[in-house]
Design a protein around this ligand. Structure first.
Ligand SMILES: [Zn+2]
Length: 217
């Protein structure tokens, strides 16, 4: 992952990732949402030139295991081995910070990274999809001990998130917010903030469509 970060500036990464979401992931998600699946999507890009190898979206209507990430991984490994790049040469992009299932699936597949646009907190409180944090809290007890103490101290919701290692020898997890923060020129940073906000607005509309289709108020 560090090689990709060294090779590409935050703006080059954001350009490629935003284009991938807009052109590859979002159209697939819009169709899947209309058919009754959720709006989460993912893609695999080459670290070297940031070209898209494969992009796909949640297929939960077919199986509850096919989240955007797990479905994308399954489809990627359906490509004959001699026709796809090794995972160590690839970036894993996910629209939403991966749930416990998907985070493990990304690592078990051999990726050393993922980059996400929405955080767990946004998934929970903005999209009102509670599975990710509920599983972490109910099964992995992340609300216990230090996190609960902190949350009660400063009254923040952010403290209930799982404390997985964002930087380790196994994994580099990077958010769009971090990429945006790494842009040093303020004018450029503001342009990219607007660019990401535009994508987020289009996901807001998708979320409304999903809720309408599912009969959720
Ligand atoms: Zn998932």
């Amino acid at each position: 992952m560090t090689d990709a970060l060294t090779l590409h500036s935050p703006t080059a990464l954001l350009d490629a990732l935003c284009t991938c979401i807009n052109e590859d992931i979002h159209p697939l998600s819009a169709r899947a949402v209309a058919a009754g699946s959720k709006l989460f999507g993912a893609a695999i890009l080459r670290k070297s030139d940031l070209s898209v190898v494969y992009a796909d979206t949640n297929q939960e209507r077919g199986s509850p295991l096919w989240h955007g990430e797990t479905w994308t991984l399954k489809q990627f490994f359906e490509i004959p081995a001699d026709q796809r790049p090794p995972v160590t040469d690839c970036l894993f992009l996910t629209t939403h910070e991966p749930c416990s299932l998907c985070l493990s699936a990304i690592l078990w597949s051999g990726f050393d990274n993922f980059i996400y646009m929405y955080t767990y907190e946004e998934t929970h409180y903005v999209f009102e999809c509670h599975g990710d944090l509920d599983i972490f809290n109910d099964v992995f007890n992340v609300r216990e001990a230090e996190t609960a103490r902190q949350a009660s101290l400063d009254g923040t919701l952010a403290q209930i998130r799982p404390q997985y290692k964002l930087r380790s020898s196994r994994l580099v997890a990077l958010s769009f917010a971090e990429l945006l923060a790494a842009i040093t020129d303020k004018k450029t940073q503001s342009e990219y903030l607007t660019k990401v906000e535009q994508i987020k607005r289009s996901y807001g509309r998708l979320s409304e469509a999903y809720r309408r289709n599912m009969g959720v108020e």
